[in-house]
Write a protein that binds this ligand. Structure first.
Ligand SMILES: [Fe+2]
Length: 468
């Protein structure tokens, strides 16, 4: 996201696996343990991402699109102090003089390296001090009374915020030049049935419940639950792969204005786009660089680092289109057996390692067709995790939207400037990812971990070149 709170103002695997995240009905002791687990998981990742580089790398700005890592670190702590120690706990500020430095709305990212930021050791000390006091506060919390603490919301919001910055910091790592400092195992190969999967799945026409009024840690833009009628449509079973995207490139897709919107073609010309970000030609093939390692482009992996304009052009070339946000959510959540919307494609249980590729476990998307256990009732796979998926939709409020707990979380971003992304990427923590979660960014952004899948109306025959 360009300037969203989730990255700017604003992978708890162990905690997430324990069940529903946040619940107004959960006994306080259980909720306390769950929150502590989510906070710890986020902090472990933060420490890894900021501990694997030297001081010079921490304070350097690796791209004008991103903050120095040391800014993210102190900003995480500052937001935790603001929301938990001050707003919930009523405590006095620890270092009120630094608040303006870490207010994302006061200083755009490009400006942050020029600020008198805390040094790395000071930022670490501050983050540790805040966390220690937060755990004391958590130990005495009752999770009832004020809306901010009901169901542990403020704690959940802070855990999500840190996980979102962990994703932001991983994006910074991808932009960083130099020797590799991050490593992870390769995800397991796709299951044997992956090659035989149908290319698309049918989502029948009918109403479904979009958004939520009951998810305890849902953010304001996911609320309230409302009924949306969605005509029948077909959706790709998996995200579009590198192999399919290579066909688009080989077919001259980047050079044919027929497939591009007017704004997209103008951007493609001005920015000189010819392949996903981090790709380059190598002899007769393509290689990509990921976290400092250059390797052949893996054909079975979902395509990554394409902007909305590229996703839209690919879909047009394939005789298809991007799904709307409502279509995406219906495919991901609607259970025709019960008529209700699930929390996740696989059901209501929180994400577990065998259901989705989340939490920076592998540092890359899994091959298309992976995670059969995480499939939605319609049969689509990998809707949660792997890659953020661009949708056709602008970022707009749901009917009955109310800004909470502050306007700058979502409301100031509503409009046609941003496109919605859904589903979360391999870099997202489980606590910051669910069927209702909405991400948004500018249609030109490519540094984010975004791919896409395509759709078509069920009533219209596929047109275009019929290749996909
Ligand atoms: Fe933030």
């Amino acid at each position: 996201m360009a300037r969203t709170p989730r990255h700017d103002t604003p992978a708890g695997a162990a905690a997430a696996a324990t069940g529903e995240l946040g619940s107004a009905d959960m006994p306080a002791e259980m909720l306390r343990e769950q929150i502590a687990g989510c906070l710890l998981a986020a902090r472990e990742r933060t420490q890894l991402l900021t501990g694997c580089v030297d001081e010079g790398d921490l304070v350097r700005q690796h791209s004008p699109l991103m903050s120095p890592l040391v800014w993210d670190l102190a900003h995480i702590a500052n937001q935790e102090e603001l929301w938990l120690l001050r707003a919930v706990g009523g405590r006095e500020p620890i270092h009120p003089e630094i608040d303006p430095l870490y207010d994302a709305f006061e200083h755009p990212r490009a400006e942050r390296p020029t600020l008198p930021l805390l040094r790395a050791s000071e930022a670490r000390h501050y983050a540790g001090e805040v966390r220690g006091r937060v755990l004391d506060l958590l130990g005495a919390a009752t999770f009832s009374g004020a809306r901010l603490v009901t169901g542990g919301f403020a704690f959940g919001m802070v855990a999500q915020h840190e996980q979102q910055h962990d994703e932001t910091m991983l994006i910074t790592h991808q932009l960083r030049r130099g020797a590799p400092v991050l490593s992870a195992p390769e995800p397991p190969p796709a299951p044997a049935d992956a090659p035989g999967l149908p290319a698309e799945v049918l989502v029948p026409a009918g109403p479904f419940t979009m958004g939520t009024s009951s998810e305890p840690w849902a953010l304001d833009n996911e609320r309230p639950a409302h009924t949306v009628h969605v005509p029948a449509f077909y959706l790709d079973t998996t995200p579009v792969t590198n192999g399919a995207y290579l066909q688009f490139i080989a077919d001259g897709g980047y050079d044919d204005p027929r497939w591009w919107s007017a704004a997209g073609w103008e951007h493609r010309q001005r920015a000189g786009l010819s392949a996903p970000l981090y790709w380059r030609r190598d002899g007769g093939g393509w290689v990509r660089t990921r976290f400092g390692v250059t390797e052949p482009v893996a054909a079975a992996e979902p395509v990554l680092h394409v902007c909305w304009y590229e996703a839209r052009a690919y879909a047009a070339w394939a005789g298809r289109r991007l799904p709307t946000e409502a279509e995406w959510e219906k495919a991901a959540r609607f259970d025709p057996g019960t008529g209700r919307s699930r929390r996740y494609p696989w059901g209501d249980a929180a994400p577990a390692a065998e259901l989705a590729n989340l939490g920076q476990r592998y540092l890359r998307p899994a091959p298309a067709g992976s995670y059969p256990g995480g499939a939605a009732p319609c049969g689509a796979r990998q809707l949660i995790g792997d890659v953020w998926e661009w949708t056709a939709s602008d970022f707009l409020p749901y009917p009955g939207f109310r800004a909470w707990p502050y306007r700058e979380y979502s409301e100031v971003f509503f409009g046609t400037e941003y496109k919605v992304l859904r589903g979360g990427s391999f870099a997202v923590g489980p606590v910051a990812c669910r069927g209702t979660f909405r991400n948004w960014d500018y249609p030109v952004r490519r540094q984010i971990f975004a791919g896409f899948r395509t759709a078509r109306d069920a009533t219209a025959a596929a047109a275009g070149n019929g290749r996909v």
